[in-house]
Design a protein around this ligand. Structure first.
Ligand code: CA
Length: 444
């Protein structure tokens, strides 16, 4: 949110429902795109029984409610060497930050016990660390030979904004992030001409909370999207919304679309929403002038639970197809996106394009099927690359490239069994290891 508003020279509303809006947790990355060092700050994640805090090169992790583990990401990028017992002072400091985060966002430990009660007896042992805690985040530490962060051009006020968000695309799934099996020439070109970030995070390893943060600039729990709906037939709280959920992102929360709409932008959401499928929660009630897409994940049709409705495709607030033909969905999203850009070339626009793919079950157009070296998953990634190329070409043809800020990223890391890659990171979708939340991010 803050990055988009910064790019659009727009401001966040200071009041909501007549009350002052607290400061957002998100910060603008525009200075980073201009080649300046990022401001170091701590980051937090929660996923069911998992917790994590990152500050500089240190990362504190608790998995399955177990005591904290500590990793030095610069020296141990795969998070295999737990050094918590060697650096109890760092553990103590990050644990205190976690407690502060909990009180700030309303997050509670799952069993009600403070996290510090889980720490080892030598918790307050001498502090051996020599590196400063506030060391800057490393720039491009993992990809020898990767393109450096380039300067993005100055853009006019009220630049157009396009956010392309993939579903479950992993850190290692693109050529420009080191993949040798996925052909992504359009995204590689976008990275060469723009900026590629190697330490870019979503706020969650799963869809719903990640998207809530993207659109509001807040941690998921700040907007009550950290713990969500009970899936049918289970008693465990989950983080993602399921079909016919009684809950969604509260309509009073301020989204990017609402903030930009108030500045005169035309707004569209084309793709998977996953912030509530009841009418009151749909994109059309959250600042988007139009919506075309599926309201939740593509595996949530009748094959997931028999009580689920057939996976619907919506235009605005009406179901126009159920079950949706997923093999054409990426192509149809692309056509819709291009039509929207063409129709709004004379006025500022915000296009939010959250692809349905490459979330399992992957589907591709006939032209892309069996064309890659990594099965349907890579076919799907290559179709998304094609789609991005078509959108960038459209901007060029309409002479809008210089006045349009485009971000390509993913809502969380690749799942562990459908063909995606988070290499060279460990972890996967749904974990708090790096592969769960560190995602590709290319800006142009
Ligand atoms: Ca996802």
């Amino acid at each position: 949110m803050p990055t988009i508003l910064d790019a659009a020279k727009a401001t966040h509303p200071d009041k909501r429902l007549g009350k002052a809006v607290p400061p957002l947790e998100g910060t603008s990355l525009i200075s980073l795109f201009k080649g300046m060092a990022p401001n170091p700050r701590e980051l937090y994640w929660e996923h069911e029984e998992h917790r994590a805090v990152r500050q500089g090169h240190w990362k504190l992790v608790s998995r399955f409610n177990q005591p904290w583990e500590l990793y030095h990401l610069d020296q141990d990028r795969t998070e295999t060497n737990d050094v918590a017992s060697q650096y109890p002072g760092i553990v103590k400091d990050l644990d205190a930050r976690w407690e502060s985060y909990c009180s700030h966002t309303g997050v509670l430990p799952l069993d009600g016990r403070p996290w510090k009660e889980r720490l080892p007896a030598d918790y307050t042992a001498a502090e051996p660390v020599t590196a400063p805690m506030n060391a800057s985040l490393p720039a491009l530490p993992y990809l020898p030979g990767a393109p450096s962060t380039a300067l993005l051009p100055q853009r006019p006020p009220k630049s157009n904004v396009i956010v392309i968000l993939c579903d479950d695309l992993g850190y290692g799934d693109l050529g420009c992030y080191g993949s040798t099996t996925h052909r992504t020439p359009n995204l590689d070109r976008m990275a060469e001409q723009g900026a590629i970030l190697t330490s870019f995070y979503s706020t969650s390893g799963v869809s719903t909370p990640s998207r809530a943060s993207l659109l509001t600039g807040c941690y998921p729990s700040r907007v009550s999207m950290g713990q969500n709906h009970l899936p049918p037939g289970t008693t465990a709280m989950r983080q993602v919304l399921f079909p016919v959920a009684r809950k969604g992102l509260h309509p009073s929360e301020i989204t990017i679309a609402e903030a930009l709409k108030s500045q005169g932008y035309t707004t569209a959401c084309i793709g998977k929403w996953h912030l509530g499928d009841q009418k009151v929660f749909l994109p059309t009630r959250q600042g988007f002038d139009s919506y075309f897409g599926i309201p939740y994940s593509n595996d949530m049709g009748t094959t997931q639970f028999p009580i689920n409705p057939p996976l619907p495709l919506l235009r605005n607030e009406d179901v126009i197809e159920a079950p949706v033909d997923q093999s054409t969905i990426t192509r149809r999203y692309t056509d819709e996106a291009i039509s929207f850009i063409q129709a709004n070339q004379e006025n500022p626009f915000f296009l939010y394009l959250p692809h349905t793919m490459p979330h399992n079950p992957v589907h591709v157009s006939p032209e892309f099927k069996d064309q890659s070296e990594n099965g349907l998953y890579a076919d799907c990634v290559e179709e998304i690359d094609w789609s991005t190329g078509k959108i960038l070409d459209t901007l060029d043809e309409l002479n809008l490239s210089g006045s349009t800020f485009v971000i390509f990223t993913s809502d969380n890391g690749a799942d562990k069994k459908w063909g995606g890659s988070n290499a060279p990171l460990s972890g996967h979708k749904g974990s708090v290891k790096e592969g769960g939340m560190r995602v590709p991010c290319i800006a142009h």
